[in-house]
Design a protein around this ligand. Structure first.
Ligand SMILES: [Zn+2]
Length: 363
C-alpha cells in the first residue's frame, strides 16, 4: 500500500504520501511495538466485498485506472473531489479493504482482542459511486457491512476521530439503526472541506436510522486534549454505552492531532491513547482501528504508536495542557445534545449536569 503516489502537481493532494505508512511503521518499531503485535496476513478485498458498499459501475471505473496513462489518470481523477489515481491505486485499495476485513475476522474469531490496520488509501470519504478526499473504497463502511453479514452483528459503533467529516460513512448508514456513526470534524460553519450542510450537528440520521448519526462540528481550530476528552465524556460515551455495540470500528485519522496542516488542532499523541482506552471498555474490547488521514509525519506516527501501545494494554501516558474545554466546544456539544434523538437521553442529562456546574470554560 506504499506503491502508489501522486504523479503530477496538485497542491490539494500532495500531502497524501506513501511515507505516511512507512513513518508510522518505523515509529512502531522504534517503540518495540511491532514485535509485541500479532501479524495478520493481508489479502485483497474481493469484488463482492467491495460491492457491499460500492456500485459495480464505480468498481469498474476504479479497475480501469490500472492500465491508464498519466493523462487519462488525471482526467478520471478530476471527475472526483480531492482524489488522485495511480496505476497501482486499484490494487492498493483492494489491499486496504482486505487488510481491514482480515482484522475484523481476527477480532471476531478471537484470534486477537483488538488491532490496528495500517492502510492506504484511506476510506471514510468514499461513496457508493464516487472516490473522494484521497479515499477510493470505504474500508470501514465495508467492514461494518461485512461484520453484519458474516457474523450477524446487530450493533456496530463507528468512531471517526479524523479531523474531516466521513460523509461517505454517514451517507451509507444514515438510515441504518444497526450502525451508530460518530464523527467530530473541523467545520467552521461549513467553511471547511468537504463544505457540506449535512456535516452539521443536526444531521442525526433518517428514517429508522434517526438518532444513530452523531456529528460534532468544530467551529474553531485549535481544539486540544480537553476538548476531545469532553466530547467523548459528554457526547459519545453515554450514547455508546447505551447502544452497547458488539464491535467498534475506529476511522482512525490523525489529522486531528497537533501539527497537522489539515486539522490545525492541538491534541497531543497522548490524547489518542486515552480515546482508545475509553473505547476499549465497550464491545468486550473488540476494537478495530483503521487508518484514515494524518499528514504531519511525526505527529501521525507518534499518535499511531500511542494507539497501538494502548491496544496492547500498556498504562496510559499522562495527558498535558489545559484541562477545561473551550467555549466553542461547549457550544458544539450543547447543540448536539439538545437534539431530540431517541438514543441520546442519557447523554443529554449528563451534559446538562456538567454544564450547569462548570465554571472553568476557556474562551
Ligand atoms: Zn482527514
Amino acid at each position: 500500500m506504499t506503491s502508489y503516489k501522486l504523479l503530477w502537481d496538485d497542491p490539494v493532494c500532495d500531502i497524501e504520501v506513501p511515507e505516511r505508512l512507512l513513518s508510522s511503521y518505523e515509529q512502531l518499531e522504534y517503540y518495540h511495538l511491532v514485535g509485541r503485535c500479532v501479524h495478520v496476513p493481508i489479502r485483497e478485498g474481493s469484488e463482492e466485498e467491495i460491492m457491499l458498499v460500492h456500485s459495480s459501475e464505480y468498481l469498474e471505473v476504479v479497475k480501469s485506472t490500472q492500465t491508464m496513462n498519466q493523462e487519462e489518470l488525471r482526467r478520471v481523477s478530476k471527475n472526483y473531489d480531492a482524489v488522485y489515481f495511480h496505476p497501482n491505486s486499484y490494487r492498493c485499495a483492494k489491499l486496504a479493504v482486505g487488510a481491514t476485513l482480515q482484522l475484523v475476522d481476527s477480532v471476531m474469531s478471537g484470534k486477537v482482542l483488538n488491532g490496528m490496520a495500517l492502510v492506504r488509501p484511506p476510506g471514510h470519504h468514499s461513496q457508493r459511486n464516487a472516490a473522494n478526499g484521497f479515499c477510493v473504497f470505504n474500508n470501514v463502511a465495508i467492514a461494518a457491512q461485512y461484520a453484519k453479514r458474516r457474523y450477524g452483528l446487530q450493533r456496530i459503533l463507528i468512531v471517526d476521530w479524523d479531523v474531516h467529516h466521513g460523509q461517505g460513512i454517514q451517507y451509507i448508514f444514515e438510515e441504518d439503526p444497526s450502525v451508530l456513526y460518530y464523527s467530530w470534524h473541523r467545520y467552521e460553519h461549513q467553511k471547511f472541506w468537504p463544505l457540506l450542510r449535512e456535516s452539521d450537528y443536526d444531521a442525526v440520521g433518517q428514517g429508522n436510522g434517526k438518532g444513530f448519526n452523531i456529528n460534532v462540528p468544530w467551529n474553531k481550530v485549535g481544539m486540544g486534549n480537553s476538548d476531545y476528552l469532553a466530547a467523548f465524556f459528554h457526547v459519545l460515551l453515554p450514547v455508546a454505552f447505551e447502544f452497547a455495540p458488539e464491535l467498534i470500528l475506529v476511522s482512525s485519522g490523525y489529522d486531528s492531532g497537533i501539527g497537522d496542516p489539515e486539522g490545525e488542532m492541538k491534541a497531543t499523541p497522548e490524547c489518542f491513547a486515552h480515546l482508545t482506552h475509553f473505547l476499549m471498555q465497550l464491545a468486550n474490547g473488540r476494537l478495530c482501528a483503521v487508518l484514515e488521514g494524518g499528514y504531519h509525519l511525526k505527529s501521525l506516527s507518534e499518535s499511531v504508536s500511542m494507539t497501538v501501545k494502548t491496544l496492547l494494554g500498556d498504562p496510559l501516558p499522562r495527558i498535558s495542557g489545559e484541562m477545561a474545554p473551550c467555549l466553542s466546544n461547549e457550544c458544539s456539544q450543547h447543540l448536539v445534545m439538545n437534539l431530540d434523538c431517541n438514543i441520546s437521553g442519557a447523554a443529554t442529562l449528563s451534559l446538562l449536569t456538567v454544564c450547569s456546574t462548570s465554571s472553568t470554560i476557556r474562551p
